[in-house]
Design a protein around this ligand. Structure first.
Ligand SMILES: *[C@@H]1O[C@H](CO)[C@@H](O)[C@H](O)[C@H]1NC(C)=O
Ligand SMILES: *[C@@H]1O[C@H](CO)[C@@H](O)[C@H](O)[C@H]1NC(C)=O
Ligand SMILES: *[C@@H]1O[C@H](CO)[C@@H](O)[C@H](O)[C@H]1NC(C)=O
Length: 534
């Protein structure tokens, strides 16, 4: 009874509030020092306020005398309260008492993205516990020492990359997060030859409220891809086919109040990501995790090269989480796997059972099917690159975790033929004929090959085709257009590295029209797969 009474009172209280005051909230970076923002309702301006701790979020409560119009827009004011920039559209209040955190000049806060069909079981963590929401674009603001930051950006390739301290603020439609101090540095390898580089943010692990339980996030520049969409789409399809991987979403980044760029924010593959994404919260203590290896720097083919860690170049096989390896032999676990792979005869009539005991075979085959479908040439099959191997102590098998999906959907060259069969996929790659996990399992073992072909056609029919993806691509195109335009307007000419000279025209064309466009690739590849199994 008391509980009922209480909720009744609360409802009454919130109705009074709704009738009384409306809160307007906008993220705004003034074009000049001293400029401020206001909300305009019925041609009347109401000043918005910010503070050192809430910047760049501006807000005000406006009293509703019952005649307040639901239609409004934001205005930037000069120091002398002259309107210097007005939004060119009117917004409509959707909630009686507050707006979401909106962004100045962006009409749409939440995009209605057409969902993608779930082809295999969804293994993502609860969306409610995630910062990665593709339907909206977050804003990040870093406050740094300007000299330190300039040095960091001008020396992206230094052996020891400069790490600097930064204040951090993240704002999306419903969440504001700030941290007094994060570590900030340039990220990536080859991509550091470009003017726009990727960034990394490391959160203090001892922080009471870590950033959505992340300890590291990467801001991927997507600079080799004028559409900035390829990686996003690849992640969407991976999610549809139930392959656990790092999640991501887009963010605009500002540093000291100035535009830095538009990025894909992704979680780094490390301990907290394994707990959240691979184990979906069922492992809570880092010491219960299995061994994790980062493979990359090309040609990490899982070929057995000897019994000791020292037999393996660290650049290609890097232990990230020790798991149950002895401290002085951090490769022991994965070496056992490589030895089994070397010794295994692909004529084995119990191949599926053999590998199911050692590997999440289905997950691996799905990941390989997508590498082929999307032409992910900088990945495992083609180059032995950009993946992790994780020993899952709960299922007691290895899991293949793919990462970095910018070189997909016919990006970066024409070495790929959309019409080519998966049987010849990789023949122009770095590791053709020297990739036993592909050649022995997928190509040479009859049963695993049949399983692979079934997976390949299931994925093609279910999600990897024009009909399933183009609606979502169109929605992304609309969502991203203004952000990409903004990114292209940023002058990076004082930075080292190459300028690719992208344009907004190229953004649109590389989604739909170019010979190498995403849409053409998907159309040709999916049709070719359909013919391969006729
Ligand atoms: C102001 O109050 C009236 C009467 O309750 C309501 O119809 C109107 O939507 C409110 N305006 C805003 C902007 O909330
Ligand atoms: C962080 O992790 C804890 C424990 O696993 C969980 O209860 C909580 O919901 C997570 N918070 C977020 C924001 O993801
Ligand atoms: C797609 O198919 C068309 C028609 O066969 C062909 O002209 C084009 O070169 C193909 N494009 C790609 C990217 O494979």
């Amino acid at each position: 009874m008391r509980i009922l009474l209480l909720s009744g009172l609360l409802a009454l209280a919130s109705r009074v509030l709704a009738d009384g005051l409306v809160t307007y909230k906008v993220i705004g970076f003034p074009d000049a020092a001293g400029n401020t923002f206001a909300v305009e309702i019925d041609k009347k301006l109401y000043p918005l306020r910010t503070s050192k701790s809430s910047f760049p979020l501006w807000s005000a409560k406006v009293a509703n005398d019952s005649s307040l119009s639901p239609s409004y827009r934001y205005v930037q004011l000069s120091r002398r309260n002259k309107a210097v920039a007005r939004e060119g559209f009117m917004r409509q209040l959707e909630n009686a008492d507050t707006t979401q955190n909106e962004f100045f000049g962006r009409e749409v806060t939440i995009t209605d993205l057409p969902p993608i069909k779930q082809v295999y079981e969804d293994v993502r963590p609860e969306p409610s516990a995630s910062v990665f929401d593709c339907s909206q674009i977050a804003t990040m603001h870093f406050t740094v020492d300007p000299d330190e930051f300039e040095y960091m950006m001008n020396h992206p390739k230094g052996e020891k990359r400069t790490t600097i301290k930064a204040g951090f603020k993240f704002i999306n439609a419903n969440t504001v997060y700030s941290a007094d101090e994060v570590k900030f540095k340039v990220s990536g390898h080859h991509s550091r030859i470009y003017q726009k580089v990727s960034l990394e943010v490391k959160f203090d692990k001892s922080e009471e409220h870590p950033f959505f339980n992340q300890s590291v996030i990467k801001m991927r520049a997507e600079y080799t891809d004028p559409s900035m969409l390829r990686e996003r789409l690849y992640l969407d399809v991976l999610n549809s086919i139930g392959v656990p991987t790092s999640q991501g979403s887009y963010a605009r980044v500002y540093v000291n109040g100035k535009p830095q760029g538009f990025y894909q924010m992704v979680e780094d593959i490390e301990e907290t990501m394994l707990m959240r994404t691979v184990h979906r919260g069922s492992i809570k203590d880092k010491t219960d995790l299995g061994a994790l290896y980062k493979m990359g720097h090309r040609e990490s083919t899982l070929n057995y090269m000897g019994p000791k860690a020292t037999d393996y170049p660290e650049l290609k096989y890097r232990n990230i989480v020790l798991g149950d390896n002895p401290e002085d032999e951090p490769m022991q676990r994965i070496i056992e796997f490589m030895k089994d792979l070397q010794d295994w005869n692909p004529k084995d009539s119990k191949g599926i059972a053999y590998w199911n005991e050692r590997l999440d075979l289905d997950g691996f085959l799905r990941a390989m099917a997508l590498e082929y479908l999307a032409g992910a040439w900088d990945a495992f099959w083609w180059n032995g690159n950009n993946y992790f191997m994780y020993y899952n102590p709960q299922s007691k098998v290895w899991q293949f975790i793919p990462s970095d999906f910018d070189h997909t959907f016919n990006s970066g060259g024409n070495r790929l033929q959309a019409e080519a069969s998966y049987k010849t996929y990789g023949e122009n790659g770095l590791v053709f004929n020297n990739q036993p996990l592909v050649s022995k399992l997928i190509l040479k073992n009859k049963d695993i090959n049949r399983k692979f072909e079934t997976i390949l056609s299931t994925i093609t029919e279910g999600v990897f085709n024009s009909e399933a993806l183009e609606g979502r691509m169109k929605a992304y195109e609309t969502q991203l257009e203004k952000e990409v335009e903004w990114d292209l307007s940023i002058d990076r000419s004082n930075l080292p590295g190459t300028n690719r000279g992208w344009t907004i025209n190229k953004f649109h064309k590389s989604i739909w029209k170019l010979q190498s466009s995403i849409a053409r690739w998907i159309r040709n590849r999916s049709e070719s797969v359909a013919h391969q199994f006729e």
